[in-house]
Structures are given as C-alpha cells and as structure tokens.
Design a protein around this ligand. Sequence first.
Ligand code: AMP
Length: 217
Amino acid sequence: MVNLVLLGAPGAGKGTQAKMLCEEYRIVHISTGDILRENVKKKTQLGYKAKEYMDRGELVPDGVLIGIIRDRLLKSDTGKGFLLDGYPRTVVQAEALQEILSEINKDLDVVIDIEVPDDELIERLAGRRMCRCGASYHMVFNPPKVNGICDICGDKLYHRDDDTQAAVKTRLAAYYKQTHPLIDYYSKKGLVRPVSGSGGIEDIFQQIKTVINMIME
Ligand code: AMP
C-alpha cells in the first residue's frame, strides 16, 4: 500500500501515469481536475463556480479545493492507498492536506515530481486529445488507432477547453508561481523523488515504479 502525490507541470503526463500506477498498485486515483470537470459537465453549483477559472487556465480558489479533497479522502476506499493527481497545487493546499491526513491517521509516503522542459510541455498540450472515458492521446506522440476516436470506448475525442494557447500560457505561469514551490516544501520533508518525464510513456512508468518499489521495501 502506498500514498503518493504526483507533481509536475500541466502536460507532464500526470494523468497518463496516474492511471497506469493506480492499476499496477490497486490504489485509488484522485484527480481534482477530473472531479472539477465532472462537476462542470453535470452543471453543479461547484461546476459553475470552477468553470470560469478553469477556462482561463487559472487555479480554482484553495477553499473550494480543500473541501473537495477532504470529502474524497474521508471515503473508506482510500484505506487501500491513494494517488493524488493535480492536488496539492499551492502550499496552502499542501498544509490543509497534512491536517486532513493526520485527522485520518494517514501520511504521504512519496512525492514524485515529473520533470519536462517547457517547450515540450507546450507541444504536448497543443496536440493532446481527450476522451470522456478518461483516456488521453497525442496526435503525434500517442495517436489513437482511428483518427479522432478513442481506442478504448469508441467515443469521439475532444480538445480540452483549457488546452488552447492562451490558457496553456496562464496554466504554466500559475504552475511556476503557485505549484513549483511545493517541490521545495516537500523536499524539506524528504519526500520528493524527481523523475524525467521526457521519454516514452512506458519508460517513465518503469522509472516511477522503481522509485515506488524502493520506498515500499
Ligand atoms: P488538471 O486536469 O489537473 O490539469 O486541472 C485542470 C484545471 O482544474 C486547472 O487548470 C485548474 O483550473 C483546476 N484545478 C485542478 N486541480 C486544482 C487544484 N488542486 N487547485 C486549483 N485548481 C485546480
């Protein structure tokens, strides 16, 4: 059993790796981006509130996210281990996470930082195509078998509203200003393990597995 956080800029491959890792270790995948998009789709009050920030590429306010992550972590399935993908994104969120975890007698085992140079991130986000089933593709680096169609469920792929050029710029700026300081925050706790996110999907997966297996030994 392992409790971990995946850190990395938008486009670093957190979502793709998160899915593979959660299958491998049979732990719960908690993606705050997915939870927010689900709320936008269902037109909930939370969804309305979050959408304007998300479309601009800005972070949704901390108070909203802390409530979401608290509700999710209190569910009993997190007892088998969990992976946080897209949370925390600010030091305030990381501090709140620490409080929630101590309330439920849990702790983080490791924080994996997936490192990818900026020019590569921008190229990846521009070519990224998503499916409502959660699968993610890239038109050049990881194309579906049939153009525009998901290999897994056959649904039509879409380009995320916040993968547009303007929103990507804002998301990267938000990452460096608000999220990057978390590397320092978690390094001081001795939890950070950097992994290069520049290679192929399977290579990166193997590198992360090596890190987790060492931690679990
Ligand atoms: P993601 O799918 O993780 O890239 O998240 C998509 C968008 O959802 C982000 O650009 C933010 O607007 C919002 N979001 C997701 N997670 C968080 C978070 N922990 N804090 C603030 N905003 C978030």
